[in-house]
Design a protein around this ligand. Sequence first.
Ligand code: AOF
Ligand code: ZN
Length: 369
Amino acid sequence: DQFAQKARESKDADRRFMQLALALGKRGQGRTWPNPAVGAVIVKDGVIVGRGWTQPGGRPHAEPEALRRAGEAARGATLYVTLEPCSHFGKSPPCADAVIAAGIKRVVAAIEDPNPEVAGQGHARLRAAGIAVEVGPCATEAAFDHAGHFRRIRDHRPHVILKLAVSPDGKIGAAGGKPVAVTGEAVRNRVHLLRASSDAILVGAGTVLADDPELTCRLPGMAARSPVRIVLDQSLRIPASSKLVQSARETPLWVVASELAEAASVTRLGAAGAQIIRVPPGAASGLDLPAVLHALFEKGITRLMVEGGSRVAASFVASDLVDEIWLFRGAEEVGADGVDALDALPLSKITQSQVYKVHASETFDKDTL
Ligand code: AOF
Ligand code: ZN
């Protein structure tokens, strides 16, 4: 009947506005850490009167941004937000209070904020002020976008994204670790975009010694979107002449070393502008991975992209510390003497796994994701 149809239409509208809020939130991904990248849309009589997203560094939050743009039009309007409005006095007053003061009549939130300082209290505060609150539209998408925040709050470690570019015969490099172009230009561009939406990007010292990578986002106009570069370097072997160290004053470089690393090396890299993080010795490139991730959590990293090499990738997979995998497959074989993608682990460890489910697939020219 008419009533049910109206309800369906408003549900569809809620989802559409929430999808817009999600798209806005994504703009902040990679540069709002330690805060989540939230998106907000304010709608009055079917018209968008304000849009906002969490600003670089994590403040202002998304809601005050959208409210500022809506101005007086916020009175009586609906707010769509990808995460529960905060209720705590942090570096800024609670967003819930700003929403109430602006005269918002209805709030639609995708998902509750797991932060124990919020955890439902934002919604409760809004309801107590007489605002209609609905939670749930696009919750799955929001949980995916806020995976870094959820992982950080619940497990005290970053969300780990492993990127692999393998040949059809499962190799990531030629014999002797010689770099080889496994995938093409389109994949390269997508990977740089993935770098931009990550808080930090991590490689092992072996990759630095073999490839001398920059690990920056080099898409036109997006240099400022480069993530923090992190190297696992147990005994501080990376040279001061490497591109990473040379650029450490423009784009942050954190070198994770063992507590046993020589003081002289710490001083040498520190003087070049790198930040040294010391953790206990262990398995991955000689470092204890959970300790590494905990140290990165303490520094505020929520989304960590792991780019290799094969030993680092393998230790993350073997330790069950990978949440998301971007597996690109090129078109040309490298040959049996090439470097295996996951070192001693077979690639089937992820492709045939019960743990990992296919989320999406895409083609990039001759390559596939
Ligand atoms: C929101 N909107 O856009 C974001 C929120 O240190 P503070 O005061 O900036 O608070 C950080 C916490 O606020 C963060 O851990 C998360 O729970 C929430 N983030 N909340 O209402 C936003 N980014
Ligand atoms: Zn807030």
